[in-house]
Write a protein that binds this ligand. Structure first.
Ligand code: GAR
Length: 204
């Protein structure tokens, strides 16, 4: 059984989509061991409690990054988490945190990386005038929105779109992409060659 740890800061819709897929058996052999928010008022924490999951708030405000990260990692270890999923966790991880879970931290970003890293990626893409937008699930390394890509989904930008309608359609794809990426990682049938995640075929 794989223990997932979810880190979030806000609404929690990506977490909720993962939770639904876990409950429906679409992410086999996995359970959500703990949900942690760095914000007191995160909607995702309410969802976690409603679903009967372990939900913790570890406030980051006013704390040194590594001190906060040490508290979060201690909670993840206490719940025996083996895969950390950042789901709208709006805080950079310290290199120390990343080193505790090598190739075991995933993030979702609402753009086709390496385009539009950072905040408000959907708005950045819309304002730039791209015709194809999308989302990316990637491994977390020590640089922002940078690690090897696991899954990407594209979303066409329509003439009638505004940044909100585009963000909504990207979000629908995020909810599909994240569980797909978790399954790829948990199945373990891949190598990371340079930046490239390459699926391997099991012998026999
Ligand atoms: C999602 O769109 C996610 O891709 C984005 O925050 C939103 C969280 O929504 N993450 C980032 O921009 C990270 N750089 P949610 O709380 O409803 O899952």
């Amino acid at each position: 059984m794989h223990n997932l740890g979810i880190l979030l800061s806000g609404r929690g819709s990506n977490f909720e989509a993962i939770a639904k897929n876990v409950a429906a058996g679409r992410i086999p052999n996995a359970r959500i061991a703990v949900v942690i928010s760095n914000k007191l008022d995160a909607g995702g924490i309410e969802i976690a409690r409603r679903l009967g999951l372990h939900a913790l708030v570890i406030p980051s405000k006013g704390k040194d990054r590594e001190q906060h990260d040490r508290e979060v990692v201690a909670a993840l270890q206490e719940h025996k988490v083996d895969l950390v999923c950042l789901a709208g966790y709006m805080r950079l991880l310290s290199p120390w945190f990343v080193q505790q879970f090598p190739h075991r931290i995933l993030n979702i970003h609402p753009s086709l990386l390496p385009a539009f890293p950072g905040l408000e990626a959907q708005q950045q893409a819309f304002a730039y005038g791209v015709k194809v937008a999308g989302c990316t699930v990637h491994f977390v390394d020590e640089e922002l929105d940078h690690g090897a890509i696991i899954v990407q989904k594209t979303v066409p930008v329509l003439d009638g779109d505004d940044e909100h309608t585009l963000a909504e359609r990207i979000l629908e794809q995020e909810h599909i992409a994240y569980s797909e990426a978790i399954n790829v990682v948990l199945e373990g049938k891949f190598d990371v060659v340079g930046r490239r995640l390459v699926r391997t075929v099991a012998a026999g």
